[in-house]
Design a binder for this molecule. Sequence first.
Ligand SMILES: *[C@@H]1O[C@H](CO)[C@@H](O)[C@H](O)[C@H]1NC(C)=O
Ligand SMILES: *[C@@H]1O[C@H](CO)[C@@H](O)[C@H](O)[C@H]1NC(C)=O
Length: 263
Amino acid sequence: MTSLFNLLLFFFFLVLPFVSNAQSDDPLGQFCNQDTVISKASPIWSNIDHVLTELVSKAPSTGFLTTSYGSGNDKVYGLAQCRGDVSQDDCSSCIQDAGKQIRQLCPDQADARIWYDYCFLRYDDKTFIGEVDTYSGIFYINVENVTDPGKFNKELGRLMDRIEADAVVPENRGLGKSETKLTPFITLYALVQCTRDLPKLSCAQCLAIAVGNFPAICNSRKGCRVLYSSCYVRYELYPFFFPLDRNDSNIARGQTIKKLVYP
Ligand SMILES: *[C@@H]1O[C@H](CO)[C@@H](O)[C@H](O)[C@H]1NC(C)=O
Ligand SMILES: *[C@@H]1O[C@H](CO)[C@@H](O)[C@H](O)[C@H]1NC(C)=O
């Protein structure tokens, strides 16, 4: 009895915090536009709160929402979106975290953006809806390199072409994901996601710019992620999108490092 009780205590106080933090900790990155500093007295400040409340409460049910609040120069625009393959529960907790963290990380900016693997959220006092934005990019690259770059890059290129084409098919809502076997034991997984406010051509343009960075930045790494305000691109040698390929989910992931890129 005592040991069961201890086990429960152990679970609640030691294990559970880790479990519940697993999805909710730090974002992959944020962008707080320092040219848009506002004071707490500004009407923009409270309009941001309105926009955030609406994004957090309404975006998870469909995985995507754009909204605006206020009038004239104080109007604030917002967008929240989950990756198309994540569940509504994961989407909901991701957007809630994003809504909380963005105000802590960018407390004084009218233009702020925050990236997670499962979702993306931004607001601004200028409209950005429907426009391609690849200004600031966040990259995560695996420290390890593939052993056969020639073959790898050829297969990667083919896979990216295929999923970029899927992403612009209207019913796919900006999402493309697939995998290809490099050897009987090694599978390459890739996913692209545009924000759903983008027209087809703009989505294709964002993905082309993101993938265009592969030779210089991803450079035959075992995994790479490009995070832009208008699209997300990722490839790995382990499964990372849903539904998860369970046979491969124990593959060692290797260490990744973060790089910020400004054109
Ligand atoms: C991978 O290649 C890059 C250069 O292309 C090099 O800087 C890096 O150290 C390599 N990583 C490993 C783990 O060898
Ligand atoms: C997983 O492996 C088993 C046994 O090798 C196989 O029967 C099954 O089809 C595999 N599942 C997937 C999703 O590849």
